[in-house]
Design a protein around this ligand. Structure first.
Ligand code: IPD
Ligand code: CA
Ligand code: CA
Length: 271
């Protein structure tokens, strides 16, 4: 038991240092105006040479520290089957913001032990903010404890929403109507991980998205849970994608409803 706790503390320390190094590498491309080598993966879906370079940096550091663990990353996939501990990472979440030198992109590193999410570290290089949480150990931002928003007033609440090509435009519009009809506000950052980090520290009240990938959300879900929030997710099912909601307890009912709306007619064809 004590051994498990020590192992988690070590993993968290390595993840924090790695996320910072990775974020600083990515930021250096913008600061020094280096070519990003943008490729298009699909409609509004991009990858740059920086995403790949950052993922390799993270993989090399994690592999050096924990040779028995597996690593699943957005750009290079899963390196081995059957490991008890699996690191799950998105080198840059919010690439569309990153490549336009807009804020709201981050490095996201999470981990599961026997399929259970135990660790979440998110680094926002633009604001120089490091979010970190481990199962049963609380959540912090730059070392200070954070908590979800305690104010449940709907006409002060701000919800994060997401949209990805292939989702129903109608359902997304209904989600937004529901939020505005109830006197709340919405934001769409273009980075699921950043929206979850902002639910964890109370800058947002909730976030719901019917279509996410595990590397977008795992770290943020651990952060929200450890910051006292309510979470519905697919991670322990073993799936690599699915729907999630994460919210302050007083906004959880609304966030669940927003997820239910987002799930409706989700397969609608798009032009
Ligand atoms: C994207 C962001 C965005 C979500 C997209 C993701 P990327 O990740 O998380 O919020 O709506 O589905 O693909 O491509 O910037 O890593
Ligand atoms: Ca992502
Ligand atoms: Ca990414």
């Amino acid at each position: 038991m004590e051994h498990e706790e020590n192992a988690l503390v070590l993993m968290q320390a390595v993840a924090e240092a790695t996320a910072k190094a990775a974020g600083r590498l990515a930021l250096s491309y913008l600061v020094e105006n280096k070519p990003l080598e943008i490729e298009t993966k699909g409609p509004q879906d991009f990858v740059t040479a920086v995403d790949k370079a950052v993922e390799l940096l993270i993989r090399n550091r994690l592999r050096a520290a924990f040779p028995d663990h597996a690593i699943l990353g957005e750009e290079f996939g899963l390196d081995k089957d059957g490991a008890r501990v699996v690191w799950v990472l998105d080198p840059i979440d919010g690439t569309s913001n990153f490549m336009r030198d807009r804020p709201s992109w981050c490095v996201s590193i999470g981990a599961t032990v026997e399929g259970k999410p135990v660790l979440g570290v998110i680094f926002d290089p633009v604001k120089d903010e490091l979010y970190s949480a481990a199962l049963g150990r609380g959540a912090t931002r730059n070392g200070q404890p954070i908590a979800v928003n305690q104010d449940g007033t709907m006409n002060k609440a701000v919800f994060g929403v997401g949209f990805t090509s292939g989702k129903s435009v109608t359902a997304h519009a209904r989600q937004i109507s529901h939020i505005l009809d109830h006197g709340s506000e919405y934001r769409r950052f273009g980075s699921s991980a950043m929206m979850l980090a902002h639910v964890a520290d109370g800058r947002l009240d909730g976030y719901a998205d019917a279509r996410t990938s595990i590397w977008d959300v795992i770290a943020g879900l651990v952060l929200v849970r450890e910051a006292g929030g309510v979470v519905e997710d697919f991670i322990e099912s073993g799936a690599q994608s699915g729907s999630i909601m994460a919210a302050a307890p007083r906004a959880a009912q609304t966030a669940s409803l927003l997820l239910a709306i987002d799930r409706q007619d989700g397969q609608e064809p798009r032009p």
